[in-house]
Design a protein around this ligand. Structure first.
Ligand SMILES: [Zn+2]
Length: 448
């Protein structure tokens, strides 16, 4: 193994054998940078679901549960780590920071403002502290990490604000890390992706592209978020809802989606109520940065007591006076939607009430099981369900084509992917003349 050698060496720590727990270490001569430090959500949920004692959430316990990336793979690089760079605020990219960043105490965490806000709230929630300094770097800006490494953030669209593609400028060439991305030319929050800069990078020459390949099995272009807004408009405004409750559930961190839902609520002249702790958390992070002004338009229920009082009010004043936006789109048993479905709240479903799932079921076993249970319960209560009112935040093959044409990398490494999809991306890249796609496993190294 070429451990001590000079050059550009990559250790694919997580997100290769399994689709989650994204993390990559890049060694440039004698310095190491870690890109993303994500949780493996399925394993994390399974492990923490019934956990009463939060002190049982240490790195080593989570590692045993396969819920965090295994930094044992870079134990020989540990002292060399000079920075940790999360791409965006999704937990499969930043969620392991509270547990693992402390192993590299002198390495600052460098991320965009929204990612930093999310990190702050998860640390607060878990009453945890990390020794690492957090440095906010804006999109389309650069930061000199050392004599040899400069990091650049290139703005890209996804399903959470302030997502970036990370570029490492090194003496051995440029590394581009695009995990996650989609190319949304009609975004509803924030600017369009910075395609101009990606093309410039291609012109300058890119050694390697590490790329989100979750949708490498789909021959399509992922539609814009404005399409999701249109889908919501159709369902929420055109469905007869007089006398009916309307509940919408979506990803709490999907601020652009929430903005569209609020807009529809206003058009319906319903008072808008947000219920669920994670909604409060991610919306507050967005408000702190003045990305949105939801609190002027929405009543935010921060606790179960709050929510209970509101539910009683809704039952009294009339269910069609309100739009309830709540957590629980994956059927999470402790979330509001499942609790309403189990008739544990003061608000209860009646036949003909409307539930809009502005999401897709994340295709892992635990979510599929839980969602099925929830849907069965809603069906039994004769609730009208509108599923998949959603577009994804991940690019598909035609987005990959565009990415390859812009960046023109010498090497490609698929991430956020199992073997099967990595092969699909490799085959696709080969049809475009890119023959050097490396299918990696967790914990492997490659010298470029
Ligand atoms: Zn993401």
């Amino acid at each position: 193994m070429a451990t001590g050698a000079a050059g550009l060496e990559i250790c694919t720590i997580g997100g290769f054998t399994k689709t989650e727990g994204n993390s990559v270490a890049v060694k440039v001569d004698n310095e190491v940078v870690i890109l993303d430090m994500g949780l493996s959500m399925e394993d994390y949920i399974r492990y923490t679901e019934d956990l009463e004692d939060t002190s049982a959430k240490t790195y080593s316990q989570l590692l045993k549960a396969n819920a965090v990336p295994d930094y044992g793979f870079i134990s020989d690089w540990k002292e060399k780590v000079i920075a940790i760079l999360p791409t965006h605020g999704h937990l499969d990219h930043v969620g392991a920071v509270p547990f693992a960043a402390g192993m590299f105490p002198t390495a600052p965490i460098i991320c965009t403002a929204y990612t930093a806000e999310v990190l702050k709230t998860i640390l607060m929630d878990d009453e945890m502290q990390i020794p690492n300094k957090v440095i906010v770097l804006n999109s389309n800006a650069t930061y000199k990490l050392s004599e040899k490494i400069t990091v650049e953030f290139v703005h890209v669209t996804h399903s959470i604000p302030h997502t970036v593609i990370i570029v490492l400028h090194t003496p051995h060439g440029k590394l581009v890390y695009a995990n996650d991305f989609k190319f949304d030319l009609e975004p509803l929050l924030g600017p369009k992706p910075n395609l101009k800069r990606l093309k410039e990078l291609g012109d300058e020459g890119v050694q390697v592209l590490i790329v989100d390949s979750l949708y490498a099995h789909l021959h399509k272009k992922t539609p814009s978020e404005s399409v999701a807004r249109h889908m919501l408009q159709e369902v929420m405004l055109k469905t007869e809802s007089k006398g009916r409750a309307m509940i919408v559930t979506t990803f709490s961190s999907h601020i652009a989606r929430l903005k569209s839902i609020i807009e529809m609520g206003e058009k319906l002249e319903r008072k808008i109520v947000f219920v669920g702790r994670s909604l409060d958390k991610y919306c507050r992070a967005a408000e702190n940065l003045e990305l949105v002004d939801f609190s002027k338009k929405v009543m935010m229920m921060r606790s179960r007591d709050h929510a209970e009082r509101m539910f009683k009010r809704i039952e009294k004043e009339g269910r069609d006076k309100y739009l309830i936006v709540c957590t629980g789109h994956q059927g999470e048993p402790k979330a509001v939607l499942s609790r309403i479905a189990r008739r544990e709240t003061s608000f209860e479903f009646r036949a003909g009430d409307i539930v809009v799932f502005s999401c897709q079921t994340i295709p892992v076993e635990i979510n599929i099981e839980q969602r099925k249970k929830l849907e069965e319960s809603l069906k039994a209560q004769k609730v009208r369900m509108f599923c998949d009112v959603h577009v994804s935040g991940h690019g598909a093959l035609e987005d990959h084509r565009e990415m390859f044409e812009l960046v023109r990398p010498k090497h490609i490494i698929p991430i956020h992917v199992g073997n099967e999809k990595a092969k699909m991306l490799a085959n696709f890249a080969a049809t475009m003349g890119y023959k050097s796609t490396h299918i990696m496993q967790d914990g492997k190294r490659i010298m470029l």
